[in-house]
Design a protein around this ligand. Structure first.
Ligand SMILES: Cc1cc2nc3c(=O)[nH]c(=O)nc-3n(C[C@H](O)[C@H](O)[C@H](O)COP(=O)(O)O)c2cc1C
Length: 144
């Protein structure tokens, strides 16, 4: 048993509307809180998702491989990285929010901003490699 994280990218069958995303987050936060999974979910306007899940090894893997992966609302799920990790980046976030634009992501995550808490709680501490991945995601476009 140990701390584990999994990062994947996928494509929504139909990009989620605000209400649909809010419902998904409500569900996810309630469930993730129960199993002590934290993380971040990004949803780009073109329908791409990127999600980071962190928690106990078995909980993270079960959530992704048994629930999320078979969710019919998205496809082309691709794991970008998974493995044990020393600490959580999003310890206070049962699931972070939608960020559509690169600028928003900078605002949300930039640690230079006096560590002011966001509305999700204290700002996360993000390793540079992970930050690069997040930025690549918001700056990229969906594959044609
Ligand atoms: C992009 C995406 C991210 C999701 N993230 C989570 C999550 O973090 N936690 C969670 O409990 N469900 C999440 N879900 C929902 C699950 O896929 C699934 O709908 C939920 O676990 C209920 O499964 P069930 O209806 O088989 O019980 C996500 C779904 C999608 C499409």
């Amino acid at each position: 048993m140990g701390l584990y994280h999994l990062i994947y990218q996928s494509q929504a069958v139909v990009p989620f509307a605000d209400a649909e995303l809010a419902a998904l987050l409500l569900w996810s936060r309630a469930y993730n809180r129960q199993i002590h999974v934290t993380g971040l979910l990004l949803h780009a306007p073109d329908g791409r998702f990127l999600q980071i899940l962190e928690g106990e090894d078995a909980d993270v893997r079960q959530l992704y491989y048994q629930n999320i992966l078979s969710d019919p609302r998205h496809y082309q799920c691709q794991v970008l990285g998974e493995g044990s990790c020393a600490e959580r980046s999003f310890a206070d976030w049962s699931m972070g929010c939608r960020v559509a634009q690169a600028d928003d992501l900078h605002k949300l995550l930039h640690s230079g901003a006096l560590n002011a808490p966001t509305r999700h709680g204290p700002r996360p501490t993000i390793r540079p490699e992970l930050m690069e991945l997040l930025l690549e995601f918001v700056e990229a476009k969906a594959a044609q």
